[in-house]
Design a protein around this ligand. Structure first.
Ligand SMILES: Nc1ncnc2c1ncn2[C@@H]1O[C@H](COP(=O)(O)OP(=O)(O)OP(=O)(O)O)[C@@H](O)[C@H]1O
Ligand SMILES: [Mg+2]
Length: 331
């Protein structure tokens, strides 16, 4: 396979007056995981549909395993598996029947298709449920069957559109385990998600999209670092005013949920310094420690809204969004 399994270059797509994609570019090196992260309506599914040949872009170029999605759609389809956002399994067929049917669509001989179905059901802990119709599956089981279905043809590139949305924490963790196993075995993965934790856990590279544009692109660690280094957080017993004065010697102090916070460029030595200064001032400390910004905070800074903000309307891509704001209130 080409070194870059998926290359997306300057994609534009509009639906009527809605601009779903406004120049999205990203590259997924073979054998890595790219997390396409964004809130509702950001353009994730539109990008995924173009990459998987289900939709044509207005302009821009996409290659999958070196094949152009417009000129060589058949080769592209042979190189990838897709688990879409809406379940694609047939509810009236059993788990086994669903997977066998897909195998036959890929022209696998019946015996091979059945063996492949059994192997995938086993891998996704669905062996016992394999004989039941999919309609009776729980949401998590259906999601796993969807994932299994996307793997019938053992594609080198896998595209998963929000694979764990709607799953409970247990089912989500199980799905992550399965995905990690696939990646260890060499599958290249393009994954969309609204969950920062998911992108953080699974992705080598995160591309943050908002209103059809890439607002950030980097490793999870780099994105966190871009938004801010470590902070020193302190909770004191009683009125925080005196502690605030001590911390103010080290930078701008913010107060949130009763926690004081200040830049901690010095790391551990800064902790010791501040702890000593607070003790000198006779301030009783309840909690003191270093804090790295979470990806939630990164997202908020980059987009101006929380990751699961669902206030976007269908034509939100046309609305200029506001400058990022911080929840933190400077003291
Ligand atoms: N077939 C379509 N017709 C009209 N508008 C569409 C169509 N598909 C997507 N859109 C619009 O394009 C924008 C991007 O939608 P898209 O489904 O790509 O977002 P998304 O990031 O996948 O969101 P979600 O997290 O809710 O799945 C939205 O404003 C959406 O309403
Ligand atoms: Mg979507």
């Amino acid at each position: 396979m080409a070194d870059d399994a998926v290359v997306v270059d300057d994609l534009h797509k509009h639906f009527g007056s809605t601009y779903a994609l406004r120049g999205v570019s990203l590259t997924v090196p073979a054998g890595t995981v790219c997390g396409l992260l964004g809130p509702n309506g950001a353009g994730k599914t539109t990008a995924v549909r173009i990459v998987t040949t289900l939709l044509r872009a207005d302009s821009g170029r996409v290659t999958v395993a070196g094949h152009d999605v417009t000129r060589e759609p058949d080769q592209v389809r042979r190189s990838l598996g897709l688990a879409g956002q809406a379940a694609t399994v047939d509810g009236l067929l059993t788990g086994v029947q669903n997977l066998v049917m897909i195998g036959k669509l890929y022209h696998l001989p019946s015996k091979v298709a059945k063996a492949r179905a059994d192997e995938l059901l086993e891998r996704f802990s669905l062996t016992d449920a394999g004989g039941r119709i999919a309609k009776e599956y729980s949401g998590g089981m259906r999601r796993r069957l969807d994932l299994a279905a996307s793997l019938v043809a053992a594609p080198p590139v896998l595209v998963l559109d929000e694979p764990t949305t709607g799953l409970d924490p247990h089912a989500r963790a199980e799905t992550w385990d399965v995905i990690e196993e696939l990646v260890r075995a060499g599958t290249t993965l393009l994954l969309t998600t609204q969950y920062l934790e998911e992108a953080d856990r699974l992705a080598d590279q995160i591309v943050v999209v908002d209103h059809g544009e890439v607002v950030a692109d980097g490793t999870p660690a780099a994105l966190k670092a871009e938004v801010g280094g470590q902070r020193l957080e302190v909770t004191v017993v009683g009125d925080p005013a005196a502690a605030r004065a001590v911390l103010a010697r080290h930078g701008t102090v913010t107060l949130r949920d009763g926690r004081l916070s200040v830049d901690a460029a010095g790391g551990a030595s800064r902790v010791a310094e501040v702890a000593a200064a607070l003790a000198d001032a006779g301030i009783e400390v309840d909690d003191l420690g270093l804090h790295r910004p979470s990806l939630d905070e990164v997202f908020l800074r980059l987009t101006g809204h929380a990751p699961t903000d669902t206030n976007d309307t269908a034509d939100s891509a046309d609305v200029a969004h506001t400058t990022p704001t911080s929840e933190e209130i400077p003291v």
